[in-house]
Design a protein. Structure first.
Length: 92
């Protein structure tokens, strides 16, 4: 990703302060999917797992061969993941 957006933008995004509002995850009471990129350099798999464990009943999918820009890099995979998730919701 660094090559596509440039080192300055990548550096600024990496250094952004992030507020910890993870305690609010227990307030989510609807179907939720956490889609994580396996090679993401900005958001770790551990962060995605924290979201997944914090949202009761959530689903987590890891997209391989992708970093932060899943919709641009693996749009077909993302479409399948979201489509399957939505189909599962309709069945229940």
């Amino acid at each position: 990703m660094n090559e596509r957006i440039g080192p300055e933008v990548f550096r600024r995004q990496s250094e952004m302060a992030r507020v910890d509002d993870s305690a609010m995850l227990t307030q989510i009471h609807c179907p939720a999917i956490i889609v994580s990129a396996a090679q993401d350099e900005l958001r770790s798999l551990a962060e995605s797992e924290m979201l997944h464990h914090g949202i009761a009943g959530s689903t987590m999918q890891i997209v391989e061969r992708s970093d932060y820009l899943i919709p641009m890099e693996q749009r077909d995979v993302l479409g399948s993941v979201v489509g399957d998730f939505m189909a599962d919701i309709r069945r229940h």
